[in-house]
Design a protein around this ligand. Structure first.
Ligand code: ZN
Length: 332
């Protein structure tokens, strides 16, 4: 059976075949309870706990950020006049090279302006302030982690960001502020260095490589994590989704999401691969994955409350939202 399992895994080129050592390792009991309380106990017991957080659109929905990748979001109606081959073409790099206008029309609606970070964003910042955050990996391009005050060295924007842009011809860098002025005026931003190239925000389009920072840090970080917290992601977009399998076998994984996602499929289970989250483990030994179902903000506040940081988190949010309000006023 073991032979067949290994043969199939090699044939199918499935990654991360666990060694015998890792199999033994996974027999240890990591969490006292497979629940949020079990995770809280684990964090309290591990004073130098190194936590990686991973987040998707779900941490930004309560900020009012539209889910622009979904054609049903309504934003795409504004693009009817461009006769796009399909809605997603707007984020297709080759299409953009030929015709950047539809993207910038949509970008006007999407500019990260006036949105306030959510409880979830500030919870991540609190983890960082407490020295527990190894790194935060986000799929979001809305820059709200930066607005929430998370330092850029703790942040990996896996799908790029609106925060900066580059000329597609000479690679000259531009700021969000510079791009914003042009986009709001309805002008396609053109490079002032070479006077030729279009300046594209550094968000990752279909057909583009992910940022090098993502590859380098993912290789380095995940093996060192003591706890992985996944929030508000449907865990379907690769390679982001498969990051969950790059932590050690003994690293507990907490999913805070409206529904259970990223679960192990039957083939991976048969092959004994550590692919996907495994909830509701009945065996007395195993089990390290916990799902807390609900919206991210409620989950993060509850986790903070249970850790005894609830008031601190509330105070941080109040202070920061006040500060942003003052900044907004002085901007206008
Ligand atoms: Zn240029």
């Amino acid at each position: 059976m073991e032979k067949l399992r290994r043969y199939l895994a090699q044939k199918l080129r499935l990654v991360d075949l666990p060694t015998n050592d890792q199999n033994n390792e996974s027999q240890q009991l990591v969490l006292s309870k497979l629940s949020l309380d079990g995770i809280v106990e684990y964090i309290k017991e591990n004073t130098n706990c190194k936590i990686i957080t991973m987040a998707g659109a779900g941490i930004s929905t309560s900020a009012g950020i539209p889910d622009f990748r979904s054609p049903s979001s309504g934003l795409y109606h504004k693009l009817d006049k461009y006769n796009l081959p399909h809605p997603q073409a707007i984020f297709d790099f080759n299409f953009f090279m030929k015709n950047p206008e539809p993207f910038f029309t949509l970008a006007k609606e999407l500019l990260p302006e006036g949105f306030k970070p959510t409880i979830s964003h500030y919870f991540i910042r609190l983890l960082s302030e407490k020295g527990l955050l190894l790194r935060h990996y986000t799929q979001n391009i809305d820059t709200l982690e930066r607005v929430a005050g998370l330092s850029s060295d703790k942040l990996v924007e896996a799908h790029g960001t609106f925060h900066t842009g580059h000329c597609l011809k000479c690679r000259a860098p531009y700021t969000l502020l510079w791009m914003k002025e042009k986009i709001i005026e309805g002008i396609i931003p053109k490079c002032e260095e070479c006077n030729e190239g279009v300046v594209k925000p550094d968000i990752i389009f279909f057909g583009e490589m992910l940022p090098e920072r993502f590859r380098i840090l993912a290789d380095r970080d995940f093996i060192h994590a003591d706890l992985l917290i996944i929030m508000g992601s449907s865990l379907v977009v690769q390679p982001f989704a498969s990051l969950i399998d790059r932590v050690r076998n003994t690293c507990p994984r907490l999913l805070i999401n409206n529904e259970k996602v990223g679960t192990q499929d039957r083939l991976s289970r048969f092959l004994g691969l550590r692919q996907g989250l495994v909830f509701d483990v009945k065996s007395a030994h195993g089990g390290r994955d916990v799902a807390w179902l609900g919206d991210c903000d409620t989950g993060c506040q509850l986790l903070a409350d249970k850790l005894g940081w609830g008031d601190e988190l509330r105070a941080l949010i109040q202070r920061e939202h006040e500060r942003l309000k003052v900044e907004d006023k002085s901007d206008n």
